[in-house]
Design a binder for this molecule. Structure first.
Ligand SMILES: [Zn+2]
Length: 62
């Protein structure tokens, strides 16, 4: 199954609130597909603030 997105490039984001590193949340059931919120946005876990936020298809935090 081909993937449309490069997981490695999407693995890290800078948290817009803490200006620190956040890592992509992975769906624990498949251990491969990224976790998404109800709108289909990728979700990240902020290591500094210990919170989850979403990035929409434009790369903006939502
Ligand atoms: Zn944060």
């Amino acid at each position: 199954m081909a993937m449309d997105i490069d997981i490695n490039e999407l693995m890290y984001q800078k948290c817009p609130y803490d200006e620190d590193q956040a890592i992509l949340l992975v769906d624990l059931e498949t251990e491969s597909a990224p976790a998404t919120d109800e709108a289909g946005n990728l979700q990240y876990y902020c290591l500094a603030g210990k919170h989850v936020f979403s990035i929409d298809e434009d790369g903006e935090a939502v």
